[in-house]
Design a protein around this ligand. Structure first.
Ligand code: PFF
Length: 443
């Protein structure tokens, strides 16, 4: 029998554990910074609720109704349609994301280590930037941590989903949330905090451009782990009693809250300490040491925070690895250990290439992107939304209407008020909105 998440909080902890990670704390602030703040935030929130929640529900429905991995779910629920190709695209996207994500998770391990040995917090501000640059360009440290992170991920994966994740997420997610609130209060007390708050919340629509809109949609998909059958695979482990609409809304709300909190930690500090908001992927890694250095007992806060962020990254990478592992095990009849090994091996090769984009391969670009940026851009901004169109169309148009109804109401045990509007969003709103964003992006 397939394993299942055991408790109600286990389901929420696992989906929130997948959703909350570097996407909220590293990627959201840097994307918001690059794309001008307020206008990006509003578009991101609109994408989360207008597109993200319906696609999330579509993944939940397909996963639990089929009790299979992504490819298996399409085969069972939409047989003889070309939609299944999208599940393979999801596997590809998961491997791409895992590759560059592990590089950033490796940076977190380095920062955790630096915080433990307390090297960080005695240097002048100008040195934070230099320190980070020399670290990511150092072939051995950065590559070593990337490979190290993937090995840890492998060791957890070999044991199967339900044991580790429920326990880790249940305990650590609330702690991470609490720390973010404390840091947020600290940042808001800095001299130019209000400039940061304004940057994040006051939309300047003159900043609006196709890249902002595409970026906001990509961020919504990335942050909610959507469009690549990750949530579908997780939902295949849900019990029959799990309330899908409730789980989806809680996941979307908590995930957005964490991203906004991270923004409220970073941007007040950016303006108060004179950093550049549009710094890109390095932003958080330069600003956070400055934040900690100014807090009483900063090194302790830093250790606690980077340790929690490390676990948050791990619960996300476990979920994205589960996409290909469930496929290898169920469709290709591989042993779980071999499947986990294959997943890890592929990502090590690409992860190392991504890590080298900040050093020896920094001049190697494809269409103007380094390998790291290319993997990030193509997966989040193109593959995930395309997967989102396929998933919402499949749930809205192809699968039997009764399956959708049964899944959303738990076979009639809960109220069905929301079923019609949700189906409408799956059939029309989400696919049309994603298409419009794509077309606007091409202009
Ligand atoms: N949602 C995760 C984060 O915000 O860190 C990243 C992620 C996890 C993306 C799982 C995709 C995925 F399948």
């Amino acid at each position: 029998m397939r394993s299942q998440f055991v408790t109600k909080t286990g389901v929420i902890a696992a989906t929130v554990g997948s959703a909350v990670g570097l996407g909220n704390i590293w990627r959201f602030p840097y994307e918001a910074g690059v794309h001008g703040g307020g206008a990006f935030l509003i578009l991101y929130i609109v994408c989360v609720f207008l597109i993200g929640v319906p696609v999330l529900l579509a993944e939940f429905v397909m996963g639990r109704a089929s009790r299979a991995n992504g490819v298996g779910a399409y085969r069972r629920l939409a047989p003889r349609t070309p939609m299944r190709a999208c599940a393979y695209m999801g596997i590809l996207a998961s491997l791409m994301i895992l590759s560059f994500y592990s590089v950033v998770a490796g940076w977190i391990i380095e920062y955790l280590w630096q915080s433990i040995v307390d090297l960080f917090y005695h240097v002048t501000q100008a040195e934070y930037e230099r320190q980070f640059d020399s670290f990511i360009a150092n072939p051995w440290r950065s590559l070593g941590w990337t490979v190290g992170f993937l090995l840890i991920n492998f060791l957890v994966l070999r044991r199967g989903v339900e044991k580790g994740i429920e326990r880790i997420s249940n305990l650590l997610m609330p702690l991470l949330f609490l720390l973010l609130i404390i840091f947020c209060v600290n940042s808001l007390m800095q001299p130019k905090a209000m400039e940061g708050v304004k940057f994040l919340f006051k939309p300047d629509f003159s900043q609006l451009s196709p890249s902002v809109v595409i970026g906001a949609m990509g961020q919504a998909f990335f942050s909610l782990s959507l469009g690549l059958t990750c949530m579908m695979t997780y939902a295949s482990y849900f019990s029959d009693g799990t309330r899908l609409t409730r789980s989806a809304s809680i996941t979307a709300i908590l995930d957005s809250l964490v991203a906004i909190l991270a923004g409220l930690v970073i941007f007040p500090a950016v303006f108060s300490y004179g950093f550049e908001a549009a710094e890109g992927p390095k932003l958080v890694f330069e600003v956070l040491p400055a934040v900690f250095a100014k807090m009483p007992g900063g090194a302790y806060w830093a250790v606690a925070f980077f340790a929690l962020l490390f676990f948050a990254s791990l619960t996300s990478t476990i979920s994205m690895s589960e996409i290909s592992i469930a496929y290898f095990v169920e469709e290709r009849k591989m042993k779980r250990t071999a499947a986990s090994g294959l997943n890890t091996g592929i990502c090590m090769v690409f992860g190392v290439l991504c890590a080298m984009s900040f050093g020896v391969l920094s001049d190697f670009t494809i269409c103007g992107f380094t390998i790291f940026n290319l993997f990030d851009y193509v997966s989040s901004n193109i593959l995930l939304p395309l997967g989102g169109i396929a998933i919402s169309l499949t749930a809205g148009w192809i699968i039997d209407r009764n399956i959708l109804w049964d899944q959303l109401t738990n076979d009639g045990h809960i109220r069905s008020t929301w079923v019609r509007p949700i189906r409408f969003c799956m059939r029309f709103v989400a696919p049309i909105a994603i298409t419009i964003v794509f077309i606007y992006g091409l202009l």
